[in-house]
Design a protein around this ligand. Structure first.
Ligand code: PHE
Length: 345
């Protein structure tokens, strides 16, 4: 039996070494070590040996089994490595190449302008502040000196949120001006703040009206603030957007939360390059503003004899349209990639 075992070791190792692929190796393994394999058969015969020989032959059989298992393991690794290499060579795969590029996103034109203006105004000591898009009636209207019977409160302009009868009324903010109220309350004076954000109105949609658009509020409150400070802030803003100094003028304008109130116009920034913006009128209405109404200061707990301020409301969506020559505001919130991909810098 010892001789047979030694012969099995020699033949077995030779067969393992000779197996030229993984299938062949599998066959060799079951022929040697499988349930009805050669070595298994020998082990079964151990019991028929004389008792004194059993331990010695048993030990030998186990050594041979281990040797064969080890050889099988080594050969299997060799063959697997060879198969992988062959596979890779066959299809020309280079696993060290970078993967296909992920499509990169871009910055939305409104966000691009908002970021530039945040940088600019931060550098002038302004804080960037935000408020919720679902706002109380008190902040959106009352604290801004907008009378209870003002038509803007009616359903055709404001999108009201359903609330219980005993709850304070809430709406989707119709402008960023309620952030004036919040910033005054939360940050106190002296205050310099801008508040870019999304606003909502019940609008029939067309090329210049959408139910959702973007504004940026500006507010400065301190002792001795007046119209020249406001003009400087507005002009810096326009310079930031259009990259050059614009000729501006102020016209009277009415908003309940400013007094006096203005509309700022500028000489069309595009006129020297064949203009499709002002269509010959040259003065383009760019943004409203004014000195903070005393009632707003009082609502914020300030003494209007001591404090004054200015506020302006920039239409971010409109500025983006002007700067990039976008002819329909509905593109802005469309999420249409054909539109958005044009702004990938
Ligand atoms: N909140 C006003 C609007 O949405 C704009 C505005 C802001 C006007 C600040 C004056 C001062 O139309």
């Amino acid at each position: 039996m010892r001789d047979r075992l030694e012969a099995l070791r020699g033949d077995g190792l030779a067969a393992v070494a000779a197996a030229e692929d993984l299938d062949k190796l599998q066959e060799v393994e079951s022929r040697l070590l499988g349930r009805s394999g050669a070595l298994t058969a020998e082990l079964k015969g151990l019991g028929k040996l004389p008792a004194e020989e059993r331990p010695v032959v048993g030990k030998l059989a186990n050594q041979i089994k281990q040797a064969l298992q080890e050889a099988l393991h080594v050969r299997r690794q060799e063959l697997e490595a060879a198969r992988l290499a062959a596979d890779l060579a066959g299809v020309g795969v280079d696993p060290t190449l970078p993967g296909p590029p992920l499509p990169a996103g871009g910055v939305h034109p409104v966000l691009a302008i908002a970021r530039e203006l945040e940088d600019l105004f931060s550098s002038m000591g302004y804080v960037v502040w935000d408020g919720p898009e679902v706002e109380t009636e008190a902040n959106n209207f009352d604290a801004l000196n907008i009378p209870a019977d003002h038509p803007a409160r009616e359903g055709h302009d404001t999108i009201w949120v359903q609330t219980e009868a005993d709850e304070a009324r809430h709406c989707l903010r119709t402008h960023t001006s309620p952030v004036q109220v919040r910033a005054l309350r939360e940050l106190g004076t002296p205050l310099r703040v801008i508040a870019p954000g999304r606003v909502f109105r019940q609008e029939a949609q067309d090329a210049t009206h959408d139910h959702t658009f973007h504004q940026m509020e500006g507010l400065v409150v301190d002792r001795g603030v007046g119209v020249p400070h406001m003009l400087h802030a507005m002009q810096s803003l326009l310079e930031g957007i259009f990259g050059k100094k614009l000729e501006t003028r102020l016209r009277p304008g009415f908003f309940p939360f400013v007094e006096p109130g203005f509309e700022l116009d500028a000489l069309c920034p595009f006129c020297d390059s064949g203009c499709r913006v002002c269509k010959g009128s040259c003065w383009v209405e760019l943004m409203p503003g004014g000195l903070v109404h005393p009632n707003v200061l009082v609502a914020a707990g300030l003494d209007p004899e001591e404090y004054s301020g200015f506020a302006f409301g920039l239409g971010l969506s409109r500025m983006a349209m002007l700067r990039y020559g976008i002819d329909d505001i509905r593109w802005m919130m469309s999420g249409d990639l054909r539109f958005l991909e044009q702004f990938k810098a």
